[in-house]
Structures are given as structure tokens and as C-alpha cells.
Design a protein around this ligand. Structure first.
Ligand code: DGT
Ligand code: CA
Ligand code: CA
Ligand code: ZN
Length: 580
């Protein structure tokens, strides 16, 4: 059991509370440190025991001051400065800042004026019309806060795939190294790559369930054991619930099929089995055609499959179905006809057409982002910094003259690069569909992403259709503007948008940032069926963000995408032809 998660959560709370007091720089230093500590594979209390505060400073982004606070927590269970900050501002910071548009400073201002400490307090105040009268707030802010509260309440129940997936990867890696484990796989929503995750399900095959459960309970990244039995256990790690089940190897495939879900998919597969005189459950597939009472027990009749998933699907007359497709959206019929889509895989993706540098709000230089794309084995990358315009606040974004100058810089740097580099922009789409960059500048750039960054309420179809019809636009970035767990984004008539995109040669983006995953899978499927091309972009703001492409790849797979449907599965010449 490690304290890494507890320490990271406290440091994040300190960051918010310092920000609420208008302290500069420190909040971001605390947030970076929290990120590093959360992701650190060695238990922080062990580092401290073995090497004191010095050993803690060896974690990236952790300096003496934060190491000191961490040691204080490990020694005493509290951090004095944090306790003082909590006393000064006795609010539920984490719950309140989950509301879209509400940051620590807003929380502080509302507490000062109205004494609001909780989501319930804030809801009551908003309903009574008290927020609009607070200096610096207005009726519109009040409406936005009120509208955001139910979403914030709901959001706190599910985790983002981007947070859950690394935890699942670590559990699987740990169990793979366990001598008693014969096979191990994720199951449930995490294996289907749903954008949000209720809990992480993991399945192990072993003849010694007890040994596997014991190892799991003593895993050093387990922050608490929720419950443990002889062949299943649940722990908490990094704020997530992880459920492990252990089954005997002969039943591993059937259990994996069952616990991967989705429920709707399972019901449809089971009904097919019944039509064939078979019984399908988590223990196997059984021929019950000669059995008097098939419901007499779990393992009645002759076992015809169970050890692998492929055997299970084969026994019910279907090709093996990739987990991303198991949502009962037509995959059953296609698998029965041996006509499943030939989904793209990670190796098919050749480049990234939407990344930022420190010229706008990215962290790295142009050279840095190009070098990192090379290191990621991409064949090309497009530098697409923000343009000024609707939704760009705090001076982020380049004006037309700056965009022209940057394109020149990008092209001169590209001359020395070993991969193809496209000079581009991420322009803003106005409420009426207008583009925030001059047409002449757009026509000089190689790759134009246009994205909505403000006014994301209601139906966005007209606005987005106008943007894809603009002759200067190549890619529609994060089309609905949704932020998972924070705001729903635009409603969309995706067929109409996709038809316009197909007609005008504009690609629809699957933004791989795990906070967005926009387009969502069901829209990807509809868009492809309507003939549109999609593109998987990371929207990277740092050199280590290229790896997030995997969340976009699996979202594309959930949307039934084949390599031909995806712009950045083409080579550089193919992409250039599309952009022109
Ligand atoms: P989540 O955790 O809310 O993100 O979603 P899942 O899909 O991981 O759901 P979970 O963890 O409750 O259960 C894991 C899988 O187990 C689920 O996808 C299908 C299977 N399963 C669980 N309960 C049932 C059930 O009552 N009937 C059937 N057919 N399958 C079930
Ligand atoms: Ca689950
Ligand atoms: Ca579960
Ligand atoms: Zn972007």
C-alpha cells in the first residue's frame, strides 16, 4: 500500500487553496509535483524511510519545500500549512471546483460574499438569485453555475479513462510477474476503452486463487483493501476501485467474455447461444441439447468451449469480436456473418496533425515538438498553435502577422528535420461559424484546424457545417467541445455534419486528449457511414503528450474505423494531397 495518491491529493488541494489566495507560481509547482508523485512507481513512504527528504526530491518536479511538506505528512498525518488554509477557507474545494468555469478564486469570492461551503450551499444560493448580486458575477455566471452543478455531482462518480488506464496497466504488469498467475487481462469498461470508468476490472487465470489474491492485497500500489475473498478482491489504488477475479485456466475465456461486457452485448450473444441449443455463462459454453433441465446448475451438459475467448465466440458461430465493438451496435450480426470491420491498430497511425508549442499555450519549442514527434516514430507532424479569436483568453494565440512569421520559422526548422512538417494553425470558430483567421493567411498555411472554443451550448450543427464548408479549413477540431465530466458540449446532427465534411474534403477530428475524446465513438461510426474522413490528433501541449494517441486510436476503433477512414493512416504525400 502506498501513500503516493494521498500525498498527491493533498498537494493538489494546497495548490487550489494557494491559488484561491492569489499566490503566484506556487500552485502550478504543487500541481506538477502532485502529478509526478501520483505516477511514481515506488511508494513514497519507502523512499522516505530509506533516504529521507533527499530521496523524495529525486522525484521529478519535487523540490525541497514540497519534499518537506510530504515528510511532514508522512510523520504526522497532516500538513500544518494546509490545515491553516482549510481553516481560513472552510469549503469543499474539490467538489466545488468540479463545476465547469468555477476555479479556486471563484470559490473563495463566493465564500467571502455568501458563506457557501458545499455544492448544496451553492445550488441554494444560485436558485435564490444571490450569486448575480456578488461583485464580479452576473446573471449569466449564476445560470452557468446552476447548470453545471448536476453535471459536477454526477461526474465525481466516474473516472476518466486517461486516469484509469495507467492504473489498469500497472495492475496487469504486476500480476503478470506473479508466479501463480497463468494469464491476466483487463475486463469491463476499461477493456472496452469507454471514455469514463466506474471501476477497473481485471481477470486472472490460475490454479491457485488464494496466492493470487494474497499477492494482489499486498501490491504496493494498493492504497486500501476494500474486500477480499478466496477468488476475488477489490482494492483502491490512485483513487480508483480495482476488482480482481481469479478463475481456473479452463474457464478463463468464458469468464473474460462475460466480465468484459457490455451487458447488452452479453445478452445478445447469450440469446444466440440459446437458439443453438447451447448454454453460455461465465464458466463456459455447454451443449445442453440433450439435457433435461439446463438450469439445474452452472456447468450442466457437455463443455464445448471456455479456455479462450476465441473458442467461446467460435462455439456460438461468431468471429472473435474486438472488445471496443462490444456495445450491441450491430457487431453480433457482423460477427455471425464473418464480416467484422478490419479496425485500425496503433501501427497504422503515421503522424499527428494538431500540436501546440510555446508560441501559444504549449510547453515546448517548435524544435522540441518536432524532435519528440520524430522520437515517437511519426512520419509527419503539423504545428498548429492557437490563433487569437473567440474563446482565447489571457493573450493566448497568434494574430495574422504572427501566424505568417511562425509559418516561415516552422518551414526553416523543418528543412533540417527528418520527418515532414506542416505549418498550420488552430483557428477559432465563431458562434456563427466564421473563422478567426484571414482567408489569405489560411491559404498560405499547410494545415488548418478550426475548433470551437466558446459558446458550446445547444445544437452546434449549423455552426460546424459552416466551418467545414469554409474552403480554408482542413480539419474540424474537437467538434462538440465537450469536456468529459465537466461540460456536455454541442448537440450535433452528425450525419448532416459528416455529409458536409465529406463533400468539402474536411476531416473530422477525434481529439485523443482523454479529457475530450471528441468525436465520441457513436459519432465516429455515424460519420464514417456518411462517408466522412476522420483524423486522430493528440492536441499535444508538451513533448510527452504524443503517447495519448492511444486513447484516440481506441475511440476510433469503438467507432468501427478502418485505416482507410483515417487521414493520418495515410503517408505524408497522401496527407499533403488531402490538405491541398
Ligand atoms: P463501469 O465499471 O461502470 O465502467 O462498467 P463495466 O462495464 O465495467 O461494468 P461492471 O464493472 O459493473 O461489470 C463488469 C462487466 O461484468 C460488465 O461489463 C458485464 C459483466 N456483468 C456484470 N454484471 C452483470 C450482469 O448482471 N449480467 C451480465 N450479463 N453481465 C454482467
Ligand atoms: Ca468496471
Ligand atoms: Ca466491477
Ligand atoms: Zn488544440
Amino acid at each position: 500500500m502506498s501513500e503516493n495518491d494521498a500525498v498527491a491529493t493533498l498537494l493538489e488541494e494546497m495548490a487550489d487553496r494557494l491559488e484561491a489566495r492569489d499566490v503566484e507560481y506556487k500552485p502550478n509547482a504543487y500541481r506538477r509535483a502532485a502529478d509526478s508523485i501520483r505516477g511514481h512507481t515506488v511508494a513514497i513512504e519507502r523512499l522516505y524511510e530509506e533516504g529521507g527528504e533527499d530521496a523524495i526530491t529525486e522525484i521529478d518536479d519535487v523540490g525541497d519545500a514540497i519534499a518537506g511538506k510530504t515528510a511532514e505528512y508522512l510523520e504526522t498525518g497532516t500538513i500544518d500549512e494546509l490545515e491553516e488554509l482549510r481553516e481560513e477557507l472552510p469549503v469543499e474545494m474539490d467538489a466545488l471546483t468540479a463545476i465547469e468555469g468555477v476555479g479556486p478564486k471563484t470559490v473563495a469570492a463566493l465564500y467571502e460574499a455568501l458563506g457557501t461551503e458545499t455544492l448544496d450551499d451553492l445550488e441554494t444560493a444560485a436558485e435564490a438569485g444571490e450569486i448575480r448580486d456578488v461583485s464580479g458575477f452576473g446573471a449569466k455566471t449564476e445560470t452557468n453555475i446552476l447548470g453545471g452543478i448536476p453535471f459536477a455531482r454526477e461526474a465525481r462518480k466516474r473516472s476518466l479513462l486517461g486516469e484509469a488506464r495507467p492504473v489498469a496497466d500497472r495492475v496487469v504488469a504486476f500480476l503478470e510477474d506473479c508466479a501463480a498467475v497463468e494469464s491476466v487481462e483487463t475486463a469491463g469498461s476499461i477493456r472496452r476503452w469507454r471514455p469514463t470508468i466506474g471501476d477497473v476490472d481485471v481477470l486472472a487465470g490460475s490454479d491457485d486463487g488464494k496466492a493470487v489474491i494474497e499477492a494482489f492485497e499486498s501490491w504496493q500500489a494498493a492504497d486500501a483493501v476494500i474486500e477480499a475473498g478466496t477468488n476475488k478482491a477489490s482494492i483502491r489504488s490512485n483513487g480508483l476501485r480495482v476488482d480482481l477475479r481469479v478463475v481456473v485456466p479452463e474457464e478463463f475465456g468464458a469468464a473474460l467474455q462475460y466480465f468484459t461486457g457490455s451487458k447488452d452485448h452479453n445478452v445478445a450473444v447469450r440469446n444466440r447461444a440459446i437458439e443453438m441449443g447451447l448454454k453460455l455463462n461465465e464458466y463456459g459454453v455447454f451443449d445442453v441439447s440433450d439435457v433435461e433441465d439446463p438450469d439445474a446448475g452452472q456447468r450442466v451438459g457437455e463443455r464445448v468451449a471456455g479456455e479462450t475467448e476465441a473458442d467461446v465466440y467460435d462455439a456460438v458461430g461468431m468471429a472473435w469480436i474486438p472488445p471496443e465493438l462490444r456495445e450491441d451496435r450491430g457487431e453480433i450480426e457482423r460477427a455471425a456473418g464473418d464480416d467484422l470491420p478490419d479496425l485500425l491498430s496503433a501501427a497504422d497511425v503515421r503522424g499527428d496533425l494538431h500540436v501546440h508549442t510555446d508560441a501559444s499555450d504549449g510547453e515546448a519549442t517548435i524544435e522540441g515538438m518536432i524532435a519528440a514527434a520524430e522520437a515517437y516514430d511519426h512520419e509527419y507532424v503539423a504545428i498548429t498553435d492557437h490563433a487569437t479569436g473567440p474563446g482565447m483568453v489571457g493573450g493566448v494565440g497568434l494574430d495574422d502577422a504572427e501566424l505568417r512569421a511562425q509559418a516561415e520559422t516552422v518551414r526553416s526548422i523543418a528543412a533540417d528535420a527528418s520527418i515532414d512538417v506542416f505549418a498550420g494553425v488552430e483557428a477559432n470558430i465563431g458562434p456563427d461559424g466564421g473563422i478567426s483567421v484571414d482567408d489569405a493567411v489560411l491559404s498560405e498555411l499547410d494545415c488548418v484546424v478550426a475548433s470551437p472554443h466558446s459558446a458550446l451550448d445547444g445544437d452546434g450543427t449549423d455552426r460546424l457545417v459552416a466551418a467545414v464548408e469554409h474552403p480554408g479549413v482542413d480539419i474540424l477540431g474537437h467538434p462538440t467541445g465537450r469536456l468529459l465530466n465537466r461540460r456536455p458540449g454541442h448537440d450535433l446532427d452528425v450525419e448532416r455534419l459528416a455529409e458536409a465534411a465529406a463533400e468539402h474534403g474536411t476531416a473530422l477530428e477525434i481529439n485523443a486528449d482523454p479529457r475530450r475524446l471528441d468525436l465520441r465513438a457513436s459519432y465516429v461510426k455515424a460519420a464514417i457511414e456518411a462517408g466522412a474522413t476522420v483524423v486522430i490528433d493528440t492536441d499535444a501541449h508538451s513533448t510527452d503528450a504524443y503517447g495519448k494517441v492511444r486513447f484516440g486510436i481506441h475511440t476510433a476503433r469503438r467507432g468501427w474505423a478502418e485505416p482507410d477512414d483515417v487521414l493520418n493512416c495515410r503517408d505524408a504525400a497522401g496527407v499533403r494531397a488531402f490538405l491541398e
